[in-house]
Unconditional design. Structure first.
Length: 284
């Protein structure tokens, strides 16, 4: 149930009058938002019908993980548990959609060896988020690649399954970087479905104009971290305000926005659990 718009505005006005510390105190009074929900992983299952999907790709399973924010709030032990959960699913592909760290590029030295344990039939592939760029993209890319992960920045490659191909591409972060879809798809064969990793979900409004992109996978918003019934997210980031969580159809493309594993800003989650997404492609 959603509150009437005038009531919603009044509640938001009331909450806006609180300091960040006041909101934190309100939500952490019982410890639930900081100690329980931040470590309570949600396994979201999505069946995604794609028009024109080749028969051999019917049933392809992708695990999407996003926004680890390895420091300062996210426990490495929790990330290890997320990796174990993903591996038990035996996915065909693992997609990591950015913000591996928060502010220190050095944190990748602890995170990357954990992510190196991820297993998938066709590989583990990632794109960078805005925090990665701000912290130091070069060091983060080197750390991930040393751990055996593929990092895509305005680039992509073809995956061949029994003679049927699809193209996997990734963009640079739009908040601090220079995303270039045409560059990312330079080597994409004609009439080949494209799955795109793009950290910021709101880019889909431009990306959906390219009919080659069947699916965009994004993170960035964290779902707002704090969502109140009838109101939704209290705060959302730039380029993560329109498509803040879940599945959307935009033009002929699909978008999925993952709520992320970690937190930034404040170590809280309320009505917005960290998420592992299991996406199964089906023929539309």
């Amino acid at each position: 149930m959603r509150l009437p718009e005038n009531s919603r505005r009044e509640v938001i006005k009331l909450l806006a009058g609180l300091t960040v510390g006041g909101v934190a105190a309100l939500l952490t009074g019982s410890g639930y938002s900081s100690l329980v929900e931040t470590r309570w992983l949600a396994h979201e299952r999505v069946r995604l019908p794609l028009d024109g999907l080749p028969a051999v790709l019917d049933g392809l399973r992708i695990v999407q993980l996003s926004d680890f924010h390895a420091e300062p709030f996210t426990s490495l032990a929790f990330i290890e548990r997320v990796v174990e959960t993903s591996n038990r699913l035996e996915p065909d592909l693992v997609a990591l959609t950015g913000d591996f760290v928060t502010s220190r590029a050095e944190a990748i030295s602890e995170l990357a060896p954990i992510l190196a344990r991820l297993e998938a039939r066709y590989g583990v592939v990632g794109s960078l988020g805005n925090h990665d760029l701000w912290a130091g993209a070069g060091r983060i890319v080197r750390g991930l690649e040393a751990a055996g992960l593929v990092v895509l920045r305005n680039s992509g490659f073809t995956i061949d399954i029994s003679g049927t191909r699809f193209y996997l591409a990734g963009l640079d972060s739009a908040w601090g970087g220079r995303p270039n879809l045409q560059q990312a798809l330079t080597t994409a064969p004609d009439d080949t479905p494209v799955i795109l990793l793009a950290h910021e979900p709101d880019l889909i409004d431009d990306i959906a104009a390219d009919p080659r992109v069947y699916l965009q996978l994004s993170g960035h918003s964290h779902g707002g971290q704090v969502r109140l019934p009838g109101i939704g997210a209290l705060v959302l980031p730039y380029l993560g305000r329109k498509y803040d969580l879940g599945l959307y159809r935009v033009g002929q493309s699909w978008l999925y926005t993952n709520r992320g594993i970690g937190q930034s800003g404040v170590p809280l989650r309320f009505n917005c659990r960290p998420e592992l997404t299991e996406i199964t492609l089906t023929r539309g």
